[in-house]
Design a protein around this ligand. Structure first.
Ligand code: B16
Ligand code: MG
Length: 210
């Protein structure tokens, strides 16, 4: 049994990944870059600027730094506007029950998210109460697939990676977990990724694989 679980946020505990998609799609449309859900999967877990670089790459575009910065700002403004619709109701009972059960078993839990908006999301959805630590885009210099966000999360919990599992929906997140020496659990898009140590379809199955 693991002593700590580090959860990715977007795409694992709630579906703000759809809001990322809507906001990025509007930017891609403006740039004339074809962008659908398949392309959006490439952005999962990846930082804001790295996401823009992927979109520019898809369109064979190069832009000056100041234009790239303003595009990421506009994307974030659209995304944050969409986030304002979040309420505690968007978090499923299954997610809340699973987090409560982990706590009842004495397992420490943390967030490991690339997002600089993670704390806002946790507050709007009333999820903050369950977590012993939050490691997010505000405390890292390298985003997934670099393991930094998870290594900091484990450190905040006072645990070493070998006694922690990471739950991720992103291929980049599974690579990050593996690189950091964590037990990696794929869900959603990452459940089909063969480098994940375990795969689950529903979050409640987590209790069977740790
Ligand atoms: P922000 P996660 C990631 O969150 C998202 O999956 C990814 O699409 C996004 O670009 C990244 O956060 C940065 O988010 O623009 O809000 O700082 O999946 O690591 O929880
Ligand atoms: Mg994610």
């Amino acid at each position: 049994m693991k002593q700590g679980i580090i959860f990715d946020l977007d795409g694992v505990l709630l579906s703000t990944d759809e809001m990322h998609y809507t906001a990025w799609k509007s930017i891609a449309d403006e740039l004339g870059v074809p962008f659908g859900r398949t392309e959006n999967n490439l952005l999962r877990g990846v930082s804001r600027m790295a996401s823009l670089e992927i979109i520019l790459g898809l369109g064979n575009l190069t832009l000056p730094e100041d234009v790239k910065f303003s595009l990421t700002e506009r994307k974030n403004n659209r995304y944050v506007a969409l986030l304002q619709t979040l309420t505690p109701d968007v978090v499923t009972q299954e997610v809340r029950d699973t987090l409560k059960e982990l706590k009842a078993r004495g397992i420490k839990i943390a967030i490991g998210s690339s997002s600089k908006n993670a704390k806002l999301i946790l507050r709007l959805t009333d999820l903050a109460q369950y977590f012993d630590a939050v490691s997010d885009g505000t405390n890292i210099s390298h985003s997934k697939p670099d393991p930094e966000v998870f290594l900091k999360g484990a450190d905040f919990l006072g645990l070493s990676p070998d006694v922690c599992a990471v739950v991720e929906d992103a291929v980049a997140g599974i690579d990050a977990a593996n690189a950091g020496g964590f037990y990696s659990i794929g869900i959603g898009d990452a459940s089909k990724y063969d480098k994940a140590d375990a795969a689950i379809e529903h979050i409640s199955e987590l209790l069977n694989v740790i």
